[in-house]
Structure formats: structure tokens, C-alpha cells
Design a protein around this ligand. Structure first.
Ligand code: BG6
Length: 520
């Protein structure tokens, strides 16, 4: 190959922080009969097994209340895998090899004897590290987290002071508290029995390839990072829109609402990654320190400002795109007079040197026109001379869009001359798409996160101070809403982009939402 050819070759650069080997261990899933186990956890473990990434030996114990045999549990999971696996069809022979690792332990979460039975199972494992290295996955209601941990501690299954080389860790599903006060209480209750370093608070957005890529994109490319500040960025839009309504999750959603369900965690995590300063290293604490610093630099909204800077909404029956769909109040397990928000749009400012004065607009909602998540970095317009002087606002400003899902990719929008004898300018795009560059393979977020949990890498999990900082931003919004009922202007038809007030929110800053594009 000539010299130039070598330079142009696309070489992977594997980072030194690449995977640590996972040691033999057992994963105990509390809530083994639940939706999360069947939809996400088992399919993720099955794929890790197919890829040869699980430790050897490795066991999974499902803990749940209903009486059933190991085989009955395996059969249920196999049936669910047929529906939820990202690869189809499921290979029965390879499933059998995986299923041999699964065992079921019947027990009530509040029954001390059940934990003793679990301990008996674990102590019977050979080699000893299989039973002594333990990952406990709490896929149960948050009100049960502290109780489960107390029982595990009483049964000697988790110790705050680990005995190396053995380890015990706990994965906690969201929601982590209902507000800052309850998150603090929960943190205090959990850290009574486990050290902070043993607690892995999950936010599955951090396991998404495209979300992880935000840091790679920012800090391995000189050209973009130079543009990443108030000098060039006009504003940033973060949209996580979902086409389905709440469906069968009405009961949970009545307690949560869009602010707690999405903004407190997924959207703030994405915002933190987009806006944080470069960490001093790729070590977990260095990355998490920067995220916390960023969250702490977001200006909390005073309750009195909420009406001005936050828009909430709830979907009502409407046609929008496609067929008529029910309104939120008609969904199962939803109060017929519910005032729970299914849509939030808001404006935050980040009070630091890099971002002072740059609005961050964030929105999320159910029953919107399409499911898509993206971050749009909207650059400042050109000075009002030459083309801008003639075209006025019709001259598009440059924008960089990080499309998180689906049709993952990155697009840079700039202006070009339309070929022809006239002088016409119009926006064009330069696009990178994951599927055309890397092929269709994208592991599920839970695969990455489970593997990190088994290996003890906390980088993609949420630290205690991070959770509390996020609640500190969300709590005043809820306080600002108080108990006020939704007003007619806050309802939006299914299949629309939310209440009109969401447009007014941006219009006040001279901006407009750019909706994610459907991609055929
Ligand atoms: C979950 C929320 O955390 O994230 C759901 O509880 C939401 O309400 C889901 O639908 C969205 O995740 P994803 O990966 O489909 O974007």
C-alpha cells in the first residue's frame, strides 16, 4: 500500500479502558416474573451468552413470589424471547445451553426464610466464587428496594465491607425516588447495607450506543469541540418523542408523569453529556464528576418562573397521524380526571463559562407524531451581509443533529448553491448513518449495562449526587405546577407535537422547534 493509502485507512483505536474480565458469579433477579425480566434482562443475557461475553461459570437465579419450577420459568422466558429478542429466530439449541444457567427461587420479598433459602442455594454452588460473587438486580417497585437490601444483609448475602476477592453489587432500576427528599432517604437506606461503590443505579439511556457516542464525538474530534460553546452555538434542542401512548403502564404513569419518568433521568443525562466539560480522564469518577458539575450549573427554575419556562400537556383522543387513538384519561388504570402530564417542554440555562446565555430546550411526550430522539445543536446565523442580507430569516443557520434513535446517525446541515443559472441557496446535509457505516448490529442498552455491572464498571451508572442534582432541577417544576388542574390549552390531540404553548416557549427566544424527521 502506498503512503497515502495507509494514511487513509480506517483504523480502529481500541481504548486501554476496554473490558475487564468478568469473574464467575451469580446474578439474582428480584422481580423475576416481571415485564422487565422477560422483555429486557433475559434477552440481553441471552445475547451476551451468544457472544461469549458472560463469565464462566455464571448462573442466574430468578426470585419471585409465584410457585413455579425451574423448567416452567425457563419455558416462560423462552416464549417471551421469541417476542422480544433482537435477533430472530431464537436458536433452540443455543437457548438450551443458556437456559441451563437459569434457576428459580420462589419467595416473598418480605419473608426472611426466603432469603435464607436463597443463601442456601448460593452457598451450595461450586466453585465458591460462583456463589460468593453476587449481582442483585432489583427489578421491583422502588418502595421495596430498602426492604430487599435489609433482608439480603440479614441473610449475610451482602456486606458493606466486601471480602476481596469476592464482591457483591446491587443494580437498582428507576425511578429512584419521587423527589430529592425521597431519593435522599432511599440513598441513606441503601447505603446502610451497601457501600456507594456497590450500588449501580441504572438509566438505560446511558447504555445506548448513540448516547455513549456523544462523548466520543465531542472529545475525539477537534473540529466540533471548537464549536461547542456560546461563541458559536445559538441554542440546543433535545427531543425525546414517543409515538405510543402509555398503553398498559397507566398505573405506573399516574404516579410518575413525563417529568419524573423521562426528564429527571434520560433527558438530563443526555443534556449533561452534551454540555459537560472534558473529564480529566475516562475513569468512571472523572466522567461522573463532570456530569454532576454540569447538572449543578443548570439554573434551577424558581417556582414563579415555571409558568413562563415550562409547558406541560396531556394527550386527548385524536387522529393526528393514522387512526384515532384514545386519550390519556381513557387508558387503563388512569383516573378519568387525571392531571398527570404526558408532555413536557422547557427551557433551561446553564450558568457556566461555556454556555452562559445559550438556551437548552428540552421536550418529551407520549402520543406524538413519531418515535425519535435527537439532539440538535443550532449554530448562530451568519452576519447580516451578503446572502443573509438578501435572504433574511430564510437563510438557514447551520445545525448539527445527533440522532439517538431510530435511524441512528449524525447530520450536519449547511447551505449550498442550487445548481443552475440563478443564484439560489438552500440547506443541504452531510450524513453519517450507523447502519451504513457499521452494519445493522446495535446491541441493546441492557447488554452493555449488564456486562458493565458484572465487571464492576460504574461509568454508565448514576452516582448518588447525580440523582440528587437531577431531582433538584425537577422538584421546583412540580412545585410550580402545584395541584392546579390542567387547563384546556394544555391538552393536545394524539399525533400532534404537544400543546401550542410549546411553540410559544421557543418563539419568545426567537426560536422554533425543528421536529425530528421521519426516515423511510
Ligand atoms: C423508560 C420510560 O425509562 O424509557 C418509558 O419509563 C419510556 O416511559 C422509555 O417509554 C423510553 O425508552 P426507549 O429506549 O424506548 O427510548
Amino acid at each position: 500500500m502506498d503512503e497515502r493509502g495507509e494514511l487513509d485507512e480506517l483504523l480502529d483505536c481500541r481504548l486501554e479502558t476496554a473490558r475487564r474480565a468478568a469473574t464467575p458469579c451469580t446474578l439474582v433477579i428480584f422481580g423475576a416474573s416481571g415485564d422487565l425480566t422477560a422483555r429486557k434482562l433475559i434477552p440481553a443475557l441471552y445475547h451476551l451468552h451468544l457472544d461469549g461475553l458472560l463469565p464462566e461459570p455464571f448462573r442466574v437465579i430468578g426470585f419471585a413470589r409465584r410457585e413455579k419450577s425451574d423448567d416452567a420459568w425457563r419455558a416462560e422466558l423462552f416464549e417471551a424471547l421469541g417476542r422480544f429478542s433482537r435477533t430472530q429466530p431464537v436458536d433452540a439449541a443455543r437457548w438450551d445451553a443458556f437456559a441451563a444457567r437459569l434457576a428459580y427461587c420462589q419467595g416473598d420479598l418480605e419473608d426472611a426464610a426466603a432469603y435464607r433459602r436463597l443463601a442456601g442455594l448460593l452457598h451450595g454452588f461450586c466453585p465458591p466464587e460462583l456463589g460468593r460473587n453476587r449481582l442483585f438486580y432489583l427489578a421491583v417497585s422502588p418502595s421495596q428496594f430498602a426492604g430487599v437490601l435489609a433482608h439480603l444483609a440479614a441473610a449475610g448475602l451482602i456486606r458493606r465491607e466486601e471480602e476481596p476477592p469476592y464482591w457483591q453489587r446491587v443494580v437498582v432500576e428507576k425511578p429512584f425516588g419521587r423527589d430529592r427528599a425521597s431519593a435522599r432517604e432511599l440513598n441513606a437506606a441503601l447505603t446502610r447495607h451497601a457501600h456507594e461503590s456497590q450500588l449501580l443505579r441504572i438509566d438505560h439511556y446511558l447504555g445506548k450506543e448513540t448516547v455513549q457516542n456523544i462523548l466520543m464525538f465531542r472529545f475525539s474530534n477537534a473540529i466540533f469541540e471548537r464549536l461547542w460553546s456560546r461563541d458559536t452555538v445559538d441554542h440546543i434542542q433535545i427531543t425525546v418523542s414517543e409515538r405510543p401512548g402509555v398503553g398498559g403502564r397507566g398505573g405506573y404513569y399516574e404516579e410518575a408523569g413525563a417529568l419524573r419518568d423521562m426528564v429527571q433521568n434520560h433527558l438530563l443525562q443526555v443534556l449533561a453529556l452534551v454540555a459537560m466539560e472534558p473529564p480529566v480522564s475516562l475513569a468512571a469518577e472523572a466522567v461522573r464528576d463532570e456530569k454532576v458539575k454540569l447538572l449543578n450549573s443548570i439554573r434551577p427554575l424558581a417556582a414563579a418562573d415555571v409558568a413562563h419556562h415550562v409547558v406541560r400537556g396531556q394527550y386527548v383522543a385524536g387522529r393526528g397521524t393514522g387512526s384515532e387513538r384514545p386519550g390519556y384519561r381513557q387508558e387503563a388504570k388512569v383516573d378519568a380526571g387525571s392531571n398527570v402530564e404526558t408532555f413536557v417542554a422547557l427551557r433551561w440555562l446553564v450558568d457556566n463559562w461555556r454556555w452562559a446565555g445559550v438556551p437548552f430546550y428540552v421536550r418529551t411526550g407520549k402520543a406524538l407524531p413519531l418515535s425519535a430522539s435527537e439532539v440538535r445543536v443550532q449554530f448562530r446565523p451568519t452576519p447580516n451581509v451578503l446572502f443573509a442580507a438578501q435572504c433574511g430569516p430564510r437563510l438557514d443557520a447551520n445545525a448539527l443533529t445527533l440522532r439517538l434513535q431510530p435511524h441512528e446517525g449524525i447530520a450536519l446541515r449547511f447551505n449550498g448553491k442550487v445548481p443552475g443559472t440563478n443564484l439560489t441557496v438552500r440547506p443541504v446535509r452531510m450524513r453519517f448513518r450507523y447502519d451504513s457505516e457499521f452494519g445493522a448490529y446495535t446491541p441493546e442498552a441492557y447488554e452493555r449495562l449488564l456486562l458493565d455491572a458484572l465487571e464492576g464498571d460504574p461509568t454508565l451508572f448514576i452516582r448518588r449526587d447525580e440523582v440528587e442534582a437531577a431531582w433538584a432541577l425537577v422538584d421546583p417544576i412540580r412545585e410550580g405546577w402545584g395541584t392546579a388542574a390542567l387547563t384546556p390549552g394544555e391538552f393536545y390531540p394524539t399525533g400532534s407535537w404537544g400543546p401550542d404553548a410549546a411553540n410559544a416557549l421557543l418563539a419568545r427566544g426567537g426560536h422554533a422547534w425543528r421536529h425530528p424527521e421521519p426516515v423511510a
